[in-house]
Design a protein around this ligand. Structure first.
Ligand code: 13P
Length: 253
């Protein structure tokens, strides 16, 4: 069975002290829950990574970005090697906020994907359409091109280290979640697109997460869909009670 994941993306929230407190509580509650089918990940700001990794023994830790270059004179950047050296297993790449606010193109993402894989990081790779694309009926084409241009140059062994996160941009932070039918329809399409490139077996093994206003109330319904393998959670991952409710929803399905 493919891996089920509930991952929190804290974005630019929590001071170091607040982040350590939250991570500690999440880690301890996940340890007590001892999930059998669900990998829990917290995606923290860079500054938190080393400390959170030290305390995390029931959850995995992810960065939210990495540099395109390996090392050198790139002021303000953080390399994939540094992230790995802090103890991280994952990095989130291609988030819509990075694509839209920081101009991350497919070409930039190809470099970041390479740096992450070279340094042993598994990747949570985000795709998703904006509202205008959906209204124009172009959402499948957009997501397909994000997959093709960002990932499909990889060989099968590298692709096996990718978790895909479908995050419709219109659902992120808006409280307007995709319906479970919309999510399932896109997840099935993503799996079929992966099958077209890497074969059915690889597609069946790929974990595909849903993100966008996923919360304690709607997680159960979203996770009931056969191709929704878990969630990438923004706002609701900042409160331990809400995040744990989502983890429970995944674990109990
Ligand atoms: P929200 O859960 O706050 O809508 O954010 C989703 C997201 O962007 C996770 O990466």
């Amino acid at each position: 069975m493919r891996k089920r994941i509930v991952a929190g993306n804290w974005k630019m929230n929590k001071t170091l002290q607040e982040g350590i407190e939250l991570a500690k509580e999440v880690n301890n509650r996940v340890k007590a829950l001892a999930p059998q089918h669900t990998q829990v990940i917290v995606g923290t700001p860079f500054i938190h990574l080393a400390e959170v990794n030290k305390l995390a023994d029931a959850i995995a830790v992810s960065a939210q970005n990495c540099a395109t270059e390996a090392s050198g004179a790139y002021t303000g950047e953080v390399s994939a090697a540094m992230i790995a050296s802090a103890g991280c297993r994952y990095v989130i790449l291609g988030h819509s906020e990075r694509r839209s606010y920081y101009g991350e193109t497919d070409e930039i993402l190809v470099k970041k994907v390479a740096r992450a894989l070279e340094n042993g990081l598994d990747i949570i790779f985000c795709v998703g359409e904006v509202l205008a694309d959906r209204e124009a009926g172009k959402h499948f084409d957009i997501v397909k091109s994000q997959l093709e241009n960002g990932l499909f140059h990889l060989d099968a062994a590298s692709f096996a280290r990718i978790v895909v996160a479908y995050e419709p941009v219109w659902a992120i932070g808006t409280g307007k979640t995709a319906t479970s039918t919309q999510a399932e329809e896109m997840h099935a399409f993503i799996r079929q697109t992966i099958a077209g490139r890497y074969g059915k077996e690889a597609a069946t093994a790929t974990t595909i997460l849903y993100g966008g206003s996923c919360n304690a109330k709607n997680a159960d319904e979203l996770f009931s869909q056969p191709d929704v393998d878990g969630g990438l959670i923004g706002g609701a991952s900042l409160k331990a009670d809400d995040f744990l409710a989502i983890i429970n929803a995944r674990e109990n399905h």
